[in-house]
Design a protein around this ligand. Structure first.
Ligand SMILES: NC(=O)c1ccc[n+]([C@@H]2O[C@H](COP(=O)([O-])OP(=O)(O)OC[C@H]3O[C@@H](n4cnc5c(N)ncnc54)[C@H](OP(=O)(O)O)[C@@H]3O)[C@@H](O)[C@H]2O)c1
Length: 295
């Protein structure tokens, strides 16, 4: 397919490379243009403006947050002003359900199609084409995107014709992951202070009742205290919990654990932890507990 790719950060750079590797024709745009260079060497066309990435069958956006997405989508030279009729905007960022709903309306008004397709998986999974993709939007539009999804992910899940459903699922998933990180941080602080070897403890967990990838990935990061460089940075984690709470408020669903997580991320930001991985919330329980003989 002929596609544009907008947003070449930790995730987007690997995803765009996999589209190229699968034989798609890709025009790449990034606010900071230097990040297009590695992809141009792999055969991508550098788009000088957002509009130049909107000349094909579809354009994928993989931007940080709502305001980044709004800044490239709206306005005369933005995605809506530049895509041709029938072309598809595939938004793979983690953004609010409200913006997703608005984009579906605005694209339909312009005769274009909109698919929300947020992803599960960190930058290493993006680079290895191992993402899990949650897609929602009109079925024919999602079907048309499948060659692209197959190039970037290991499995795509379809959740119906309302794009915002995919964003709600993604937000709920990140809420669950952050909850696991917080719980692991507390449990490892507990056993660590009690003199237990936290690596042996983690081996026990992940080889018995807690064998899910989330416990393995984050348990290892916590055991190694490896919070830099960030695969998923603290401001993005804070953004996802904020958006989860916004959706919860709209739907009138009390989520007290999400409120606690919001304060955990705010604590890291207040202490200048913007460059840390979001798993750094697991530093807070041992810091409160004092010396850890088991670490
Ligand atoms: N990292 C993960 O593990 C992970 C996993 C699943 C989903 N996600 C989601 O995927 C999205 C991207 O994450 P990431 O880790 O790739 O983020 P990232 O490395 O911070 O990259 C963010 C991208 O957005 C662009 N951007 C930010 N503000 C902008 C603005 N105002 N105007 C135009 N472009 C702007 C950046 O451009 P510059 O290069 O110019 O800064 C960059 O291309 C986020 O929604 C995140 O929640 C991330």
């Amino acid at each position: 397919m002929k596609v544009g790719f907008v947003g070449l950060g930790h995730m987007g750079s690997g995803m765009a490379a996999n589209l190229l590797a699968a034989g798609h024709e890709v025009a790449v745009y990034n606010r900071t243009p230097a990040k297009t260079q590695a992809l141009v060497q792999k055969g991508a066309q550098a788009a000088a403006h957002v509009a130049d990435a909107c000349r094909g069958d579809a354009v994928i956006t993989m931007l940080a947050d709502d305001s980044a997405l709004e800044s490239v989508v709206f306005g005369t030279a933005g995605v809506i002003g530049s895509l041709s009729k029938g072309a598809i905007h595939i938004c793979m960022s983690t953004v609010s359900t409200g913006l997703s709903e608005r984009l579906a309306t605005e694209h339909a008004r312009a005769g274009q199609r909109f698919v929300a397709a947020p992803v599960f998986g960190r930058p290493d999974s993006a680079a290895a084409a191992k993402l899990f993709i949650v897609a929602a939007g009109e079925k024919d539009a999602v079907d048309a995107c499948m060659p692209l999804f197959n190039a970037m992910g290991q499995k795509t899940f379809y959740f119906g014709n309302k794009p915002q459903a995919a964003n709600l699922i993604k937000l709920s998933g990140n809420f669950l992951i952050a909850s696991v990180i917080e719980a692991l941080g507390e449990a490892m602080a507990l056993v660590g202070k009690g003199g237990v070897d936290v690596r042996q403890y983690l081996d026990l967990l992940t080889s018995t009742l807690f064998s899910a990838p989330i416990y393995r990935t984050y348990g290892n990061l916590i055991a190694e205290q490896k919070f830099e460089p960030a695969g998923f940075a603290v401001p993005l984690g804070q953004k996802d919990i904020r958006l989860t709470l916004a959706a919860a408020e709209t739907l009138r669903v009390p989520m007290p654990l999400a409120s606690l997580l919001r304060d955990r991320f705010l604590t890291l930001l207040a202490q200048g932890g913007d460059a840390l991985d979001w798993s750094a919330i697991a530093m807070l329980p041992p810091a409160a507990a004092g010396p850890q003989p088991g670490r």
